[in-house]
Design a protein around this ligand. Structure first.
Ligand SMILES: [Zn+2]
Length: 487
């Protein structure tokens, strides 16, 4: 990325009908590293996250609880705001799709652009409708012609919908992805979506009759129709910047910015097909990059309500603090692949990397500097670690590699102390031995201070503590940063 660019970073907006899970935390933490990294390089960064609050499931859930849908989504959006706060996410903004002042005008504007371009048209949708599910089914969803969830045959129903002419844009999108104008990370995901696009996309339903879905943005000039998720939810990325009023922020960060959307693999086709097609139809810039992460399993199993293994990411932070969890998510889950979480594995990593590794290095070093050297070190000492490699990994989203590199440096520093044995040298008290002690502890202190700098995007709280500990004069014995966890 070149200098002085406006960098725009977004996560997907979370559907508030379900509780926040660890996957939500993963995506936000991954995006947060990128935002903090580029801010630290004095780039102009804008980082958005938010919530997706319309749709049948929210409406139905509210109705079952006897609640007004707005009250229901208000209540659930709080949990996602809390997640962002607890995981120390440095987002600049939080958009909610029920925000009629900030979000709706942009959605209406987008709709009107597509309409003017002639890419939205009204037609009859004919499909197999399961009354139990209250949704249309595809033949592949049925078992022996019946809805497997309700064991009944769906009815053949007709309804009027607006459709978006996605097929018109698939060829341009294929070219943009192939040329790298629209970069998709990892490459395997680009190939996956190219195959889907090459197979051809038909029209996409962009609205529902109000009598079927009475919870969403009304279609302009057609009060019987409500917008379906696409135009509503995807437009959040520009509504929050002020697309409706063509604000300076929108011009800077969207039209002239470098845009990275962080998304999960399950919503790739919406972001790599429908969204670019909408932007092309509206004559707007495309995102520069989609970063696609995988899923987290728990103890090797998919998280699901029925298995009862959905981990509450908020409770984890209460138990273990935020930085150890960020560390696990970023180092143990490959950034673009699937990964596993278990409390057993988490505790192992915590104790080995953080307690015995970095934490012990800081405790013993500050302890010896305080007691052997009266807190004084030589700050001009020069190390020979390959720090720039860590930046390269971070810029290329290889977060696990960056943290592994830092861990390797920590291990080497611990070994340098073990080899020098300052606790032996101090016994002779000779000028020569004191000099040796000062050399090794200065090297470690200066290097750990640098580790703190490189950890800023990853473990912001730990980085701040390291800076505080090692910029003090005299340096005093530090409290343990990562108290050992019991099994
Ligand atoms: Zn059904």
């Amino acid at each position: 990325m070149s200098k002085d660019k406006y960098i725009y970073i977004t996560t997907a907006i979370d559907y508030v009908n379900a509780q926040p899970h660890l996957g939500h935390a993963l995506e936000k933490v991954q995006a947060d590293v990128f935002a903090r990294y580029w801010r630290g390089r004095n780039q102009k960064v804008w980082f958005l996250t938010g919530t997706d609050e319309h749709g049948t499931k929210n409406f139905e859930s509210a109705r079952k609880l006897g609640m007004d849908p707005q009250d229901f989504v208000d209540q659930n959006a709080v949990k996602f705001k809390k997640l962002v706060e607890v995981y120390n996410i440095s987002n600049d903004d939080f958009i909610r799709t029920t925000d009629q002042k900030r979000h709706w005008p942009a959605v209406v504007k987008m709709w009107q652009q597509l309409m003017q371009k002639g890419d939205l048209f009204k037609d009859t949708y004919e499909g197999l409708y399961c009354v139990g599910c209250e949704e249309f089914k595809l033949p592949k969803d049925l078992v022996d012609g019946k809805c497997p969830d309700h064991n009944r045959e769906p009815e053949l129903l007709h309804e009027e919908n607006y459709f978006f002419n996605l097929g018109k844009y698939t060829q341009i999108i294929i070219e943009k992805i192939t040329s790298g104008d629209l970069e998709i990370i990892p490459k395997s995901r680009a190939n996956e979506i190219l195959n889907i696009l090459q197979a051809g996309f038909d029209r996409v339903s962009f609205s529902r009759p109000r009598k079927k879905l009475n919870w969403g943005v009304p279609v302009p000039n057609d009060p019987d129709q409500v917008m379906y998720v696409w135009c509503d939810a995807l437009t959040n990325y520009i509504s929050a910047l002020g697309y409706a009023e063509n604000s300076e922020k929108y011009q800077n960060f969207w039209q002239n910015g470098h845009i990275t959307h962080f998304i999960g693999k399950g919503i790739l086709r919406f972001h790599a097909a429908i969204w670019p097609a909408m932007l092309l139809a509206a004559g707007l810039k495309l995102p520069n990059r989609l970063f696609v992460h995988g899923y987290i399993t728990v103890d090797g199993k998919k998280m699901s309500k029925s298995l009862g293994n959905v981990i509450d990411p908020l409770a984890l932070v209460e138990r273990y603090n935020v930085d150890p969890l960020r560390y696990y998510l970023l180092k143990e889950i490959p950034a673009t692949g699937d990964g596993d979480f278990s409390e057993k594995r988490f505790k192992e990593i915590y104790n080995s990397d953080l307690t015995n590794g970095l934490g012990n290095l800081i405790s013993r070093t500050t302890n010896m500097i305080a007691s052997y050297l009266a807190g004084q070190i030589d700050r001009a000492v020069v190390d020979d670690f390959n720090w720039s490699r860590i930046d390269e990994y971070t810029e290329n989203f290889q977060y696990d590699q960056a943290l592994t590199e830092i861990k390797n440096i920590v291990d080497q520093l611990n070994k340098a102390i073990d080899d020098a044995k300052p606790w032996h040298l101090i016994k002779t008290g000779s000028e020569d031995d004191i000099k040796k002690i000062k050399n090794v502890l200065s090297l470690v202190a200066v290097s750990v201070r640098k580790i703190g700098d490189y950890l800023k995007p990853y473990l912001p709280q730990t980085a701040a503590k390291i800076e505080e500990i090692f910029s003090a004069t005299p340096i005093v014995k530090a409290e343990p940063l990562f108290p050992r966890l019991k099994d």
